[in-house]
Design a protein. Structure first.
Length: 379
């Protein structure tokens, strides 16, 4: 190609130096330049193409390993009394007695309220008089009927009057009983909503009795953790208002509710605190530390988890140094790791770095020595 270039340069110089007309010279130079361009293009097309070497896809991996550990979770709740009874009146009238005030102790069966019963007693006396008259009438008509002096219909009428009188008497006795209100449980008065002398309409809230012999709290627990808890487990409790207590407080799981909230995927766990420490009251904040049984769990770093519309997955490396997309089912989070419930086996090589443009069956180059950092499973 260099020789051809020199030839055309020499030819161009000779044409310029020759005694030709200007038009002839311009035509000759045009032909020389065109031939040089064609020669250059031909030489370029004949050159062999340069092949580019693909860069290796670099990844870092860890080896999935099982660890024997206990998982702890802290949940906040509010202390409540074991039982809280709201006292309502079933009869209306003036309150003649309301002897107990907030924080007073009451025993089961104590009279906590009385209503004016004079009108009901008067009605009862009238009804009892009618009942006695009906009883006497019945005896008299039965005697006359035995002698054939009265028809059977009269006996039936008097029997009906007697039955109605007895029913009215029973109803009034029940209403009179409602004017004396007794404590259904032993406990303390936590609320008092009226005073002696007030007129109480039917079904007015007079008092609230609270059984604080033990306190309870209810906490929401995720669906992943609730199946690992059992009735009778003893979680540690911390009441901020009481400060540090030695030895630490422990409650007892007394109930695990069967249904989960379909929106939050959480269930309710009830914990009972008994005996109640001094200073503990309903309404206080309590922190519950739930602890699962020690078990062997397969863990991988949370950063290795991938998500798609089909579900969770990770990239694993097979024996041919190719990436594979592996669907998994995850469990609880443990610090910066996540529990694998299914889909992955112990010893699998899981990619933790190098996801960009990574896809199934792509060859990769591993740049690190696989290892799984040991973590303390505290939240």
């Amino acid at each position: 190609m260099d020789d051809s270039k020199n030839f055309y340069v020499s030819l161009s110089a000779a044409l310029i130096a020759s005694p030709l007309s200007k038009s002839t010279m311009r035509n000759a130079l045009f032909l020389v330049i065109t031939a040089a361009i064609l020669m250059t293009t031909a030489c370029t097309e004949q050159a062999a193409p340069v092949e580019k070497t693909a860069k290796p896809h670099l990844v870092e991996i860890i080896t999935a390993q099982s660890q024997t550990l206990t998982i702890e979770r802290e949940r906040n709740g509010t202390l409540k009394a074991l039982r809280e009874i709201q006292i309502y009146n079933q009869e209306e009238g003036q309150i003649t007695a309301l002897p107990f005030y907030e924080n007073d102790q009451v025993k089961k069966g104590d009279i906590v309220a009385k209503l004016d019963d004079r009108l009901l007693k008067a009605q009862l006396e009238r009804t009892q008089a009618l009942r006695r008259k009906a009883e006497q009438d019945l005896l008299r008509f039965k005697s006359l009927a035995a002698k054939g002096l009265t028809p059977q219909t009269e006996i039936t009428r008097v029997e009906t009057e007697l039955a109605v009188a007895k029913a009215d008497e029973h109803a009034l006795l029940t209403r009179l009983d409602f004017t004396v209100i007794r404590a259904p449980i032993s406990g303390i008065v936590s609320e008092r909503h009226s005073e002696q002398g007030n007129i109480a309409e039917r079904y007015s809230h007079l008092l609230t009795l609270s059984d604080q012999s033990s306190l309870i709290t209810e906490v929401a627990v995720s669906e992943l953790l609730i199946n690992k808890l059992h009735v009778g487990d003893k979680p540690q409790l911390t009441i901020d208002a009481l400060g540090a207590i030695d030895p630490p407080l422990h409650g007892t799981i007394t109930r695990i509710y069967p249904n989960l909230d379909p929106f939050t995927r959480t269930g309710i766990v009830e914990i009972t605190l008994k005996p109640v420490p001094r200073g503990a009251r309903p309404g206080q904040l309590v922190r519950v530390t739930l602890k699962t049984e020690q078990a062997k769990r397969l863990l991988i770093p949370f950063t290795s988890l991938r998500r798609s519309t089909q579900g969770d997955y990770v990239f694993t490396i097979d024996s041919e140094q190719k990436a594979q997309r592996t669907p998994i089912v995850i469990g609880l989070n443990v610090n910066d790791q996540v529990e694998i419930v299914s889909g992955l086996t112990e010893g699998a090589a899981v990619v933790v770095r190098g996801y960009t443009n990574l896809h199934a069956n792509k060859e990769v180059t591993i740049v690190n020595v696989p290892a799984l950092a040991q973590q303390t499973p505290n939240e």
